[in-house]
Ligand binder design. Structure first.
Ligand code: NAP
Length: 359
């Protein structure tokens, strides 16, 4: 299995199990199947409401001596309703309790915008028109200081961010004592985020690609949970070029999409609750895509048009001053054109690896 080394010195596996939309009863079995298959990186979040189930399986494996805690890499996230300094220790403690762990390996600020929680403290408050109650005072520097204190307290080994844009990261880095070790963002063949990757490489931040398969389950999930249905929902797994490359290697389209990213030293966290697909998604280190195949996949980049998760399902989120995706379509296009020559735009580059093994 390949891995990258974070600025903290921790080794982070290049493939992990995603768990968004995985209900507790299914995720407990999925983590079991993933551990059997060799996964050691698990990605969850306070918001996914499945930390306890994940913790149950981890605990069973650790207590049975089947895995050492030090060999696991557990990621969880500060929720949007906890995006204020005083709430950071509170939500991290809740996650640790649910996961039944004394520390986690990487704690991420899940989203740059903040919501006000409802009376339960576990979900966002909603306005009469169905929009989310925004916390307009979100202060990244104050939140980050509290994140740094969690490292000092030994409750997490590393800290990072998710869904932040470049200018938000710039502000954070200038004011931080402990720099972010990891950025988790949407990334796949249709949204390759080259400018963001260069920024991360320059600043020693390892990138994790979420929704690496194009999140095929998300549309149904949003419809059911938020009555939200975006017009265009891409089908990456069904793209003829992906299928063709899969046939050439006798692999699945999912394996091709994942290999395309890990071959560029980007961490991937595909979600599955099917034992068969969990195994499949992990078997991507015994073949290599040719430069020509990488080029074909690189050329599937749609820039901002390829973004699936713009958080439109949180009604009104675009009115938050820290909503990250405003105007990025144009900016990204210009910046990519400036940074790459036309030849470079065609060629895959190992952008974010500080140190890589066995890719
Ligand atoms: N930081 C953030 O804001 C954020 C946002 C989104 C996601 N994430 C993280 O990233 C993880 C992955 O992203 P994602 O869940 O959005 O999407 P994804 O991993 O791109 O896609 C998951 C979907 O693909 C299906 N699938 C998995 N393997 C497959 C295969 N080999 N062939 C065909 N279909 C397959 C899964 O169904 P089955 O389960 O039925 O196999 C599921 O519906 C999440 O689970 C979460 O941990 C983070």
């Amino acid at each position: 299995m390949g891995s990258v080394v974070l600025r903290t010195g921790q080794r982070m596996p290049l493939v992990g199990l995603g768990t968004w939309q995985a209900a507790p009863e299914e995720v407990e079995r999925a983590v079991e199947a993933a551990l059997e298959a060799g996964y050691r990186l698990f990605d969850t979040a306070f918001n996914y409401n499945n930390e306890e189930a994940i913790g149950n399986t981890l605990k069973r494996w650790i207590e049975a001596g089947k895995v050492e805690r030090e060999d696991l890499f557990i990621v969880t996230k500060l929720p949007h309703i906890g995006n204020r300094a005083s709430d950071v220790p509170k939500y991290l403690d809740k996650s640790l309790k649910r996961l039944q762990l004394s520390y986690i390996d990487l704690y991420l600020v899940h989203m740059p915008f903040g919501f006000i929680p409802d009376a339960t403290g576990d979900v966002p408050a909603i306005n009469a028109d169905g929009s989310f109650v925004l916390d307009l005072k979100t202060d990244h520097n104050a939140v980050w200081k509290a994140m740094e204190e969690q490292v000092d307290a030994g409750k997490t080994k590393a800290i990072g961010i998710s869904n932040f844009n470049i200018s938000q990261m710039e502000r954070l880095i200038v004011n931080s004592r402990i720099h972010p070790a990891n950025l988790q963002v949407e990334m796949h063949a249709y949204l390759q985020q080259k400018e963001l990757r260069i920024f991360c490489e320059t600043n020693g931040i390892v990138v994790t690609a979420y929704s690496p398969l194009g999140s095929p389950g998300a549309k149904q999930h949003w419809q059911k949970k938020y009555n939200y249905s975006p017009e265009n929902f891409p089908d990456l797994l069904g793209h003829p070029a992906v299928q063709q490359i899969a046939d050439a290697h006798d692999r699945t389209p999912a394996q091709i999409l994942l290999r395309h990213l890990v071959q560029q030293h980007i961490v991937v966290i595909p979600k599955s609750t099917s034992p068969e697909r969990i195994k499949q998604n992990f078997k991507i280190f015994d073949f290599e895509l040719t430069p020509e195949e990488m080029e074909i996949l690189n050329n599937l980049d749609h820039g901002e048009q390829g973004r699936i998760l713009d958080f439109g399902f949180f009604k009104g989120v675009e009115n938050h001053p820290e909503y990250p995706f405003k105007g990025t379509k144009k900016d990204t296009h210009n910046a990519v054109n400036n940074v790459f020559s036309s030849e470079e735009k065609q060629v895959a580059k190992p952008l974010n690896a500080l140190c890589v093994q066995n890719v």
